[in-house]
Design a protein around this ligand. Structure first.
Ligand code: 5RP
Length: 219
């Protein structure tokens, strides 16, 4: 199976976590695109979706799914999203698609976070994938220096601004042995909008696309 087919498989499988008539939280990325496509074909439709990006909003609307503002929602029963990496405790690196801030905001509204991913994303330890950070422009050089002090090589992602208008810094070479501690630390740095570690908002279920089919992992 191709990676695209694996993504379609888990996108479809995620429908079982969605309740008809409710509002669902929707992440961002190529795997989530498949979920949105599946959502559009669901026999019993959802009432709407809270979207985590302009990209997902456009796809949801093109599929005829009502998009609800996060500001008007107090709780979501489920948030469905992809990941760049997910470890065996459900902690994730996210932000490869530059949507990490809104993703974390929508994830924070949800009782349950379901990660959909192909098996290439399933890792023992986070950090092979460069860690994305959304940073306010004037803080970028200082944030890069702070990562250098931790042994990471940080670089501004060329040609990219987030939906919130900020640059992304990608950090290579970090050994993320304690994801929660690093998330909490980097969150304190002035100018950091969001760090792409989702340890406080970890997934409680991972639907992993494998050659043998969808593996459901309760975390
Ligand atoms: C976007 C994300 C995505 O979930 C992550 O990049 C995975 O994307 P894809 O499903 O395309 O592999 O965090 O900010």
């Amino acid at each position: 199976m191709t990676q695209d087919e694996l993504k379609a498989l888990v996108g479809l499988a995620a429908l079982q976590y969605v309740t008809a008539g409710q509002i669902v939280g929707v992440g961002t990325g190529s795997t989530v695109d498949k979920f949105i496509d599946a959502l559009a074909t669901a026999k019993d439709p959802v009432a709407g979706a809270v979207s985590s990006s302009v990209r997902s909003t456009q796809r949801l609307q093109a599929c005829g799914i009502r998009v609800v503002e996060a500001t008007g929602v107090q709780r979501l029963s489920v948030y469905i999203d992809g990941a760049d990496e997910i470890d065996h405790q459900g902690r994730m690196i996210k932000g490869g698609g530059a949507a990490l801030t809104r993703e974390k905001i929508v994830a924070d509204l949800a009782d349950r976070i379901v990660c959909i991913a192909d098996e290439s994303k399933w890792v023992q330890t986070l950090g092979q994938f460069p860690l994305p950070i959304e940073v306010i422009q004037m803080a970028v050089p200082q944030v890069i220096r702070r990562f250098a002090a931790l042994g990471g090589q940080a670089q501004v992602r060329a040609g990219v601004l987030t939906d919130n208008g900020h640059p992304i810094v990608d950090v290579r070479g970090l050994k993320i042995s304690d994801p929660l501690a690093l998330e909490l630390e980097v969150n304190q740095w002035p100018g950091v909008v969001t760090v792409g570690i989702f340890a406080r908002h970890r997934a409680s279920v991972c639907l992993l696309g494998t050659a043998q089919g969808v593996r459901t992992i309760e975390l």
